[in-house]
Ligand binder design. Structure first.
Ligand code: NAD
Ligand code: ZN
Length: 333
């Protein structure tokens, strides 16, 4: 299956097929210098499969986890590219989750002012969300994604078979972004979560979520207006993530908690809560509301006095609402 993302001169295709990892070379020229960037949590086998298709391939394995989205890892990768004489027409491949996609994409966007880049996302989160839309970034100390660039890949390859090795927790974590897509844009996704076993419908859920992200990004790639709705649940979510030092709770788990107060219909909120629990995510986590509030207003989406919140009044559509800090505080109760 092919989904084309239409961004004028930066357009590209997302290719979705079981086992496509074995056939990447059929769709993109691997007969040049290729640097595969992956992490220590991604099964080594995937890197080997890819490397076997690249006559001039090299691989960098960074430590798994958010701490690799750092200046030091960025520098290490750029030095390696330079040592190996990489040029603009050579290729960087991200093979892994959102951490690898963001890091490798940022390297690609800046090395020689931009070198060819493809993304092979291997987590639910990265397949549903982070591999689409061209946001790349690293962190600066505790501040997430503050150094980055918009940089589109030449292609995205999605191989559902790679999800078979993903931990249950990471799997469910990424599914929260699909639930978000359902709430803000496509009620059918939400309804797929409600019927029976989520794992039986994951393909439909992921594909429909990709279509939501594609649609939103095509209309507003630089997040001037519409794309902001993708931040649904993220304002409080980021506050909660920060409160737990970005380690106790995963991103999707925090966003799940952040979405609930932004749903204005009681019945829909209860339905959403049931789905979150079905994803084995606890909705009764305790945190210090005042501290989360302070982190929330520090969030980068906040300007001097107001925060743009994303709210859902009815299933499948969202709206933006500028609210004062004091108005925002009440959502934490
Ligand atoms: N650019 C964007 O638009 C965007 C959007 C959302 C999130 N993000 C970023 O994405 C990151 C989170 O992404 P994530 O949830 O994918 O986390 P991740 O990249 O850390 O992956 C989670 C874990 O799964 C492991 N893993 C990856 N693929 C695997 C596989 N197939 N089998 C077994 N293990 C595997 C990784 O080694 C890692 O330990 C954050 O840094 C976040 O800021 C970016
Ligand atoms: Zn998110």
């Amino acid at each position: 299956m092919k989904i084309s993302v239409d961004l004028k001169e930066n357009s590209y295709d997302i290719l979705i097929e079981d086992g496509i990892l074995n056939r990447v070379g059929e769709y993109i020229d691997l007969n040049r210098k290729v640097m595969i960037i992956t992490d220590s949590g991604v099964p080594k086998e995937y890197g080997d499969i890819l490397l076997s298709q690249c006559p001039m391939g090299e691989i960098i394995v960074v430590e798994q986890g958010e701490q690799s989205k750092s200046f030091s890892t960025y520098e290490r990768i750029c030095r390696k590219l330079l040592e190996s004489n990489f040029h603009r027409k050579d290729l960087i491949v991200a093979l892994g989750g959102g951490v690898i996609g963001d890091l490798a994409g940022f390297c690609a966007s800046t090395y020689m002012r931009g070198i060819d880049f493809i993304n092979i996302p291997t987590t639910t989160l990265s397949q549903i969300d982070s591999s689409i839309g061209g946001k790349t970034a690293i962190n600066l100390g505790d501040t997430k994604n503050i150094i980055g660039a918009f940089y589109q890949p030449k292609k995205v390859f999605i191989d559902f078979k790679t999800l078979e090795t993903l931990s249950e927790r990471d799997y469910n974590n990424g599914m929260v972004e699909a639930l978000k897509a359902g709430l803000i844009y496509d009620r059918e996704i939400f309804e797929l979560f409600e019927i029976g076993d989520i794992k039986e419908r994951y393909r439909d859920i992921i594909i429909k979520s990709i279509l939501v992200k594609k649609d939103v990004v095509e209309k507003d790639v630089r997040e001037q207006s519409l794309r902001k709705i993708l931040n649904f649940g993220h304002t409080i979510g980021h506050g909660i993530e920060g409160y737990f030092n970005f380690n106790e709770l995963l991103h999707g788990e925090a966003v799940a908690l952040g979405m609930l107060p932004m749903i204005e219909d009681n019945n829909l909120r209860e339905r959403t809560k049931k789905i979150i629990e079905k994803l084995n995510i606890r909705t009764d986590i305790n945190y210090d509301r005042e501290k989360v509030f302070k982190l929330m207003v520090k969030d980068k989406k906040a300007d001097s006095s107001k925060i743009t919140l994303v709210k859902v009044k009815e299933l499948g559509s969202a709206y933006l609402s500028d609210e004062t800090f004091e108005q925002c505080r009440k959502y934490l109760d």
